[in-house]
Write a protein that binds this ligand. Structure first.
Ligand code: BGC
Length: 899
């Protein structure tokens, strides 16, 4: 072990390499910068990096061992140091029998499985932490709030169920604007208490001595501990626990343990299903209509309450049932206090100092979306597991199965390990097969954790599917069926715009019609600007890509024959119609679109027109047409005829596929591929000028609009656009497509280097997706240092809420899925896009090892990769390509290679 012993004062870090501080040194803290930056500078100043940190300040707090007072403020020094050094941080008091190694191992295990927050945060920061600590199971998401809170500026308890959307209309600037929201459902997690008939307890800084919230990723259990000291000196210890049922996905379980520390008295527990909730998570939407629920009925049977309701416009019915359980509370007085929209029950009992009283609440929700019978009757019949302990045990076992499949194990970096696990956890709570097999739903850009983008489903699916498809192909099928079930809506949308085929909406909700906003609030000017993001027709290409990706890995012929091919053909028909031939040149143009870079809505001064020949769109169209062409050459005529009939796909269409895929137009300036036609005519932007004024310039669109200017006028991008095709496709496929289109690239490596350099200089990373795409591109361009930096920013983007408050509105699922994909496909280097796995490790020097499993075309693989070797095991005889050479594998025999 290479320990460092640290003691921190308000002005210095005093450190030594051994416990008996003969060689003690000090590092002065700069009071003008934040502690985080000071710690980074301290780290940079060390010539020899340690592999464990021992804090020698004694722990003063009960709920966090390494919390200390720093300038009179409580900080979690342990977490701060761990996040800077990415190694275990322990307290000297934890070293038992001088066994430092054991203490370090214990901390490594704890920290890499827990997402903890010590103390109370406020406003968006607290909202963001609640998003991160959401529990769920693909059916519902329950935000990680304190049970005692209602929605206020610091807390936002909310429950979402996949697919429960509702539309409301709001008059804005003389027009009725309709918005479809993922509905915030009645708050059934509410539990609080009062003492001797006093006021109900709320989360109030002055009453809370300590608070620690800990999400155990391994078991899906959220534990919140509070040490309370009220004005009159009464002290209480409270432990609240929440767990979602991964099997019976309707259910979650709560446990509320309350201990009066220094008094005897009457405690009243209040529990509610609060139907007064509205959608108010997102500040800028708060003036819009937001009450989506009509409460129908409240029923009580013994200590069970059932609240039924329906959504205003979509008329989705729901029933929420709660059961109470309190075996350790003797002779409580139970009473019902329902109000118009609130089911409330109270439990009164006499409590003695030093005793802990356990109160449990089981919650089940049914909706008319997945339950065809009378939901109130079904809810009434529903049986819960006997106790919270049973639910927690079952969840632990279920999560164990999840982790056996999808854990990406990274050694040598505690922070990365924790956050990669958080990403897998969030991907699983957003969708899991047990629930999704019964649902008509896909994953929204924020999962089920907040109301950002109203819970809508975007092209972000593409960034998530890469992860799902490797671990759970069945799940991907359910998610794709959400799109198949909305194929007709996509055809109506295309028809309304004058096109054949299917044009999927940029933002999709319940029906699959276009749910993008028409206006967008610019927080700098507080003005509503027109929102043209719906012109991102490339969403249909992402859907086609997901269908093909799923088929590539699963070989699910039945899906392809019944649903997949039909979707591909209808999507292709739309693009055939969009491609306009210039008879003089023989080239096709696709116009009136936007690429993934949302800054450019049109040409300078003519916004409405969209853009012509967006390179990403055209390349992906050509790729799709080629893939469909391959199908047509290989599928049986029965299947083809059937699908051609369903989609009216004619021989002329087949010919057009071939013609268009060879003749779509791209724009080049030397070696640089233009983002769209006319891109090179735009002005360069003086980034520094705006950086000086605004600091963070990631949302350059808003800044320029605030200056009565427009990003349309400049070479500036929010995120990867042109080069996004290199993220989706293998290099070989990408360059083949360019050659097919008549733009052969003689030096692919130089092309990648030049284009990555060119575009990254013009990109502000205004979307979390951008960093991950560029990180992968930079790996290709051999700039591993910047690739690592962007990867780490992407990995920690929700943890640090780097977009200044957007995590409050929900986590960013796309970047979470994409980060996992980057680790397995590009760092570990297991590329699954070809017929056999193509392995080219790019192991980051910051990590010791990466280990994970994946399914590839029915074969299960285990991989372990470090800086000079790899071990591979497959469960059947197969072969892979390892750094350009074919490598046969024998079933269940691990093979170890160096590189
Ligand atoms: C990004 C889009 C993304 C959307 C939803 C936007 O900020 O630019 O690419 O689809 O967020 O996550």
């Amino acid at each position: 072990m290479k320990p460092i012993y640290i003691k921190i004062t308000d002005s210095q870090i005093i450190y030594a390499n051994s416990e008996n501080a003969i060689d003690e040194k000090s590092f002065d803290l700069d009071s003008n910068i934040e502690l985080k930056q000071n710690l980074q500078e301290f780290k940079d100043s060390l010539s020899n990096l340690p592999n464990v940190i021992v804090i020698t300040n004694p722990s003063k707090f009960h709920l966090k061992k390494n919390a200390i007072l720093f300038h009179e403020e409580v900080i979690d020094l342990g977490a701060e140091l761990e996040n800077t050094f990415h190694i275990p941080v322990i307290n000297i008091e934890e070293i038992i029998d001088s066994n430092l190694l054991l203490a370090a191992e214990k901390e490594t295990d704890y920290a890499s499985w827990h997402l903890d927050y010590y103390g109370l945060a406020h406003e968006k920061r607290q909202y963001g932490q609640e998003s991160m600590q959401t529990i769920g199971n693909g059916y519902f998401g329950l935000r990680g709030t304190y049970l005692e809170t209602k929605a206020n500026d610091d807390n936002y308890p909310a429950t979402y169920i996949a697919g429960v959307f509702d539309q409301l209309s709001t008059p804005i600037n003389g027009r009725d604007i309709i918005n479809e929201d993922l509905v915030n459902l009645p708050n059934a997690q509410y539990i609080t208490f009062s003492i001797n008939n006093g006021q109900r307890f709320t989360i109030n800084e002055s009453d809370i001595k300590e608070s620690n919230r800990s999400l155990d990723l391994k078991s899906g259990l959220l534990t919140i501990k509070l040490l309370v000291q009220l004005d009159d000196g009464k002290e209480l210890r409270i432990v609240e626990k929440k767990v979602a049922d991964m099997q019976n996905y309707h259910d979650y379980y709560l446990q509320y343990a309350i201990e009066p520390v220094n008094f005897n008295g009457k405690i009243t527990i209040y529990t509610q299903i609060d139907g007064t909730v509205v959608n108010s998570n997102v500040e800028r939407y708060r003036n819009l209509s937001n009450k989506h629920l009509v409460i129908d009925q409240i029923n009580n049977i013994d200590e069970t309450a059932i609240l039924s309701a329906h959504t205003v416009q979509s008329d989705i019915k729901l029933a929420i049932k709660t059961d109470l359980n309190h075996p350790t509370i003797v002779n409580p007085k139970y009473s019902i206090h329902n109000k118009a929209e609130i089911a409330e029950q109270q439990l009164e009992f006499t409590a003695s100092a030093g005793e802990t009283y356990y109160f449990e609440k089981d919650v089940s929700t049914y909706t008319s979306l997945e339950t065809k019978e009378d939901i109130v009757a079904v809810a009434k019949k529903h049986q819960f597991l006997p106790s919270f302990a049973d639910a927690a045990k079952q969840a632990q076992e279920d999560w164990q199965k999840v982790w056996t499949q999808e854990d990406v194990i990274v050694t040598g970096d505690i922070t990365a390990q924790k956050l990669l696990r958080l990403n897998s956890y969030s991907m699983t709570t957003a969708a899991q097969n047990n629930a999704n097999k019964d649902l008509d739903a896909s994953v929204g850009s924020r999962g089920l954790t907040g109301e950002g983008y109203r819970g809508h489903i975007f092209w972000d699916e593409l960034f998530d599917m890469n992860f799902y498809v490797l671990h759970n192909p069945e799940l991907v099928k359910s998610l794709l069926m959400y799109r198949y079930n909305r194929l007709h809506a996509a055809m109506d949308y295309a028809g309304a715009d004058g096109y054949n085929g299917a044009m999927y909406p940029w933002q999709s909700g319940l029906y699959g019609d276009e749910q993008s906003q028409e206006v967008h609030l610019n927080p700098i000017t507080n003005k509503w600007d027109p929102d043209n993001s719906r012109k991102q027709r490339h969403v249909s290409l992402a859907i086609a890509y997901n269908v093909l990706n799923y088929f590539h890995l699963s070989h699910d012929e039945k899906f392809m024959q019944q649903f997949g091919l039909e979707m591909l053909l209808d999507i292709a028909k739309f693009w055939i119609d969009m491609s306009k031939l210039d008879k003089d040149t023989g080239k096709y143009t696709i116009g009136n679109v936007m690429g993934p870079d949302e800054f450019h809505e049109g040409y300078p001064g003519v916004k409405e027109s969209g853009l012509k020949n967006n390179a990403y769109t055209n390349i992906m169209v050509s790729w799709l047409f080629k893939k469909i062409g391959n199908f047509i050459n290989t599928e049986s005529s029965d299947v083809l005829d059937n699908n051609f009939r369903k989609t009216n796909f004619s021989d002329i269409d087949i010919q057009k596929l071939d013609d268009i895929r060879h003749n779509l137009k791209l724009d080049f300036q030397g070696n640089i591929l233009g983002q769209f036609e006319g891109y090179f005519d735009l002005k360069r932007l003086d980034f520094d000028k705006y950086r000086q004024q605004y600091g963070n310039i990631s949302r350059m669109d808003r800044i320029l609009k605030a200056h009565e200017d427009s990003p349309d006028n400049y070479q500036v991008a929010k995120q990867a656009d042109t080069l996004m095709a290199l993220f989706n496709l293998t290099d070989q496929d990408f360059f083949d497509i360019l050659a097919d289109l008549g733009y052969p690239i003689t030096n692919p490596e130089m092309f990648i280097d030049d284009n990555v350099k060119y575009y990254i200089e013009r990109t502000t990373h205004g979307s979390t997706l951008s960093r991950i795409v560029y990180s992968m591109l930079l790996l290709k361009a051999d700039d591993t240092k910047t690739a690592w930096k962007l990867f780490y920013e992407a990995l920690t983007s929700d943890y640090y809420d780097i977009q200044g408050g957007t995590t409050a509105e929900g986590i960013h699922l796309g970047v979470m899925g994409a980060t996992l994909n980057l680790v397995t496909s590009f760092f570990a280097g297991i590329d699954y896009r070809g017929e056999v796995l193509d392995i080219n490790p790019n192991m980051p020097k910051q990590w010791d090892e990466i280990e994970f499993k994946m399914n590839f075309k029915g074969t299960k693989f285990n991989f372990r990769i470090n800086s000079d070797g790899i071990s591979i095991k497959a469960n059947r005889d197969t072969e892979v390509i390892f750094i350009g050479k074919k490598l046969p594998l024998v079933a269940n025999q691990e093979i170890q290679l160096t590189y």
